[in-house]
Ligand binder design. Structure first.
Ligand code: GCU
Length: 336
C-alpha cells in the first residue's frame, strides 16, 4: 500500500514539474525577441576547419554584443556555391558575409594581385607584419571598389605542390604536367611559367580531378590537402611555399549600409577578434594535418634553397605582367 502511494506521488510530482517546465518554455519563447537581421555567411571549407570555426566565433560574438539583434548563419562546405559565385552574389546583397581566398577577390579587384605574387614573403611573420600594418589596411579598403567591405584577415599558411604519380623535385619536373589552379589568372600564369599546364578546377572538385587523372598535381596548404582528402590521391608533397595567399572576411556593402554606425563598429571588432582566434587554430591544424598525411603515407620533398631560387627566377615575367606599375609597393612589402 505504502509502495503504491510512493509511486503515485512520484508520478504526480513528475507531471507537475513537466507542466511548470512547459509553461516556462512557452513564456520564454513569447518574451524572447526575434533577431532584427538574420544574415548568411558563405564559407567553402568543411565544419571544424579553422576558417569555419573562426566564422562561428564571429557569429557568436556579433550575436552576443548586439544582444541577439544580429544573427549570422554560417553556411559552410560551399553550400552557397563556390567562392567566385558567393562574391558575385554579395555585390547585390544576396549573401551578407563571406570568408574567401584573396585569389578570388583579385579576379574582381586586380590591385589585389600584389598579394598573390610568388615568393613575396620570407615567412609567415613577414606576411603578418604586412597585413597587420598600414599596407594590410589599405588592401582591406580596396574591396570598396567592388561594393564590398573588407573586415579582417584570416590565415591560410603557405601553398605547396602535391602530385599523384611522381614527386616534383625541380622546375624541370613540372614540364608538361597538368596542375590544378584556383579560378585565378595570376595563379594560372604562375603554373605556365614553370612549363606546366594550368587547369582551373573549383575547390570542391579537386579531389575527383586528381583521382580521375584530369590533373596530375595541385597546390595548397597542409590543412586543405588533408581536410579535402587530397593526400589520399596525391601522395607526393613538395614544400616550396610558392605563395602565401591570405583569406579575407568580407561584408556586402549593400548589407553594410543597413547597419548603424555602432553596429558597424561591433561587427568590425568581432571580425578582428575572430581572426585572432582563427590564427591560433590555424597553427595547431597545420601540424595536425601534416602529421595525419605523413602517417598515412605522404612523402615530403623539401626544395633546397638553390632549387627554390630556380622556381623564383622562373616567375620574373609574372611579376612584370601583373605588378609592373606597383613596383614601389612590392619593394616596400619585400623590405617590410
Ligand atoms: C584554400 C582556401 C580556399 C580556396 C582553396 C582553393 O583552401 O582556404 O578558400 O578555395 O584554397 O585552392 O581553391
Amino acid at each position: 500500500m505504502k509502495k503504491r502511494w510512493i509511486i503515485a506521488s512520484t508520478i504526480l510530482f513528475a507531471a507537475a514539474v513537466a507542466v511548470v517546465g512547459i509553461w516556462f518554455f512557452n513564456n520564454r519563447k513569447k518574451t524572447e525577441k526575434a533577431p532584427e537581421y538574420v544574415l548568411m555567411y558563405a564559407e567553402n571549407q568543411s565544419a571544424n576547419y579553422p576558417t569555419t570555426l573562426g566564422g562561428e566565433k564571429f557569429a557568436d560574438l556579433v550575436y552576443e554584443r548586439t544582444n541577439g539583434r544580429i544573427k549570422i548563419q554560417i553556411k559552410y562546405g560551399a553550400e552557397l556555391g563556390s567562392e567566385a559565385e558567393a562574391i558575385n552574389q554579395m555585390k547585390y546583397g544576396g549573401i551578407a558575409f563571406a570568408r574567401v581566398s584573396v585569389s578570388q577577390l583579385a579576379e574582381k579587384i586586380p590591385e589585389m594581385n600584389v598579394l598573390l605574387l610568388p615568393y613575396l614573403y620570407d615567412d609567415s611573420a613577414h606576411m603578418w607584419r604586412v597585413l597587420e600594418g598600414e599596407i594590410g589596411d589599405e588592401f582591406l579598403k580596396k574591396t570598396e571598389n567592388y561594393n564590398l567591405v573588407g573586415l579582417s584577415w584570416y590565415d591560410a599558411g603557405a601553398r605547396n605542390f602535391y602530385s599523384a604519380d611522381k614527386p616534383i623535385t625541380s622546375v624541370e619536373d613540372c614540364a608538361g604536367m597538368n596542375i590544378r589552379v584556383q579560378e585565378s589568372a595570376i595563379m594560372a600564369d604562375m603554373i605556365s611559367a614553370l612549363g606546366a599546364n594550368p587547369i582551373e578546377v573549383v575547390y570542391s572538385d579537386v579531389y575527383s580531378a586528381l583521382e580521375q587523372g584530369i590533373v596530375d598535381a595541385a597546390e595548397n596548404n597542409w590543412p586543405s590537402y588533408e581536410s579535402m582528402n587530397h593526400y589520399k590521391v596525391a601522395k607526393y608533397y613538395t614544400i616550396d611555399e610558392h605563395v602565401r595567399v591570405p583569406e579575407m572576411q568580407i561584408c556586402s556593402e549593400y548589407v553594410w549600409n543597413m547597419f548603424s554606425d555602432s553596429d558597424k563598429e561591433i561587427i568590425t571588432e568581432c571580425a578582428k577578434e575572430s581572426a585572432q582566434y582563427e590564427r591560433k587554430l590555424w597553427i595547431q591544424r597545420e601540424e595536425r594535418s601534416k602529421k595525419k598525411a605523413i602517417d598515412s603515407g605522404t612523402q615530403v620533398t623539401t626544395l633546397s634553397p638553390e632549387e627554390k631560387k630556380k622556381f623564383r627566377d622562373a616567375m620574373s615575367d609574372v611579376y612584370v605582367k601583373y605588378c609592373g606599375d606597383d613596383m614601389d609597393l612590392i619593394n616596400k612589402i619585400i623590405d617590410y
